[in-house]
Design a binder for this molecule. Sequence first.
Ligand code: KG4
Ligand code: ZN
Length: 349
Amino acid sequence: MTSPVHVLGIETSCDETAAAVVADGRGVLSSVIASQVELHARFGGVVPEIASRAHIEAINNVVEQALADSGLAGGDIDAVAVTHEPGLIGSLLVGLMAAKTLAWVWDVPLLAVNHVYAHAYSPALEAEPIEYPAAALICSGGHTALYRCEGPTQLELLGTTIDDAAGEAFDKVANILDLGYPGGPVIDRVARGGNPAAVRFPRSLLAGQSLDFSFSGLKTAVLYHVHGTPGAVRSKKTTPGAAGLSTIRVADVAASFQAAVVDVLRAKLRRAAKQMGARSLILGGGVSANSALRAAVTELAGQCGCALRLPELRFCVDNAAMVAGLGYHYRRAGQVAGLDLEARATVRR
Ligand code: KG4
Ligand code: ZN
């Protein structure tokens, strides 16, 4: 039997500093995540300058902890995989520099990983390999994208958001409803006590065959519903804002907003799966932790006879195990990066 290939993964694209060691692309030996969420909470979103500074402070300890937890030494690592796109440029650079340094010191290949592709790979961690072709819906604070996947490293973008990402809409609506940050988990929880049919919020871009998304109109519709229409929109600073709504009203608005997002996501995933004859449906990214979305996609998979691949909850949020796992497939394919690998904030469509 050949010995397993151990890949160290590093992820710093947004506000989580993460490192992990994965064996043969699927066995997670360690996964360490240092979250900065408390640093950004009072700003209601991620502040890029604060994020990169916090990554610099955390990265060495996080990598050391991931190695220690895996029970391996630096010399046992066969390759270093790193998220180099897309993300906050200052944040990406911290992980990239750490990965380049380790790859150089250990004299092992450096593997370049796209953060969104890594989310699409996350259901394969600690699980059976994914059956392809697969339709992958990746929704997070920064991304909402649909892919046709022919393999772990062969992804074709079918549609993306033309404005806000789905997670961003959750965060902004939570802010409108005075529910705190990050908004996704709290809306998910509060919505359980509300009526999803209480308010009929708009479902954007459902007509025609488009696989793109738009959530800014929905966010504005919630804002007007809560604070009144333009002209009548009152500043949150001078009015009690959502605090003026009863608890049950807040729950109804949260549930109705969530239902609108889930309807659109489900419809587009269904359309993509049908078009490509998908064998699997993949959900990834922070929003894939949403209970209503998971339920809707579970039902959809049953209807279209596809295998449903949901990541474990610990692999829904930003983590480095998905980076190390996907990196393994680049190494197998001989797609190794040079030490001149660059960070890219955005990826051209
Ligand atoms: O993938 P992720 O950890 O980071 C990014 O790459 O952005 O996603 C974070 C996003 C946040 O917008 C957060 O509000 C959202 O995922 N999120 C959720 C839930 N848990 C996290 N959205 C809806 N429902 C949830 N349960
Ligand atoms: Zn992410």
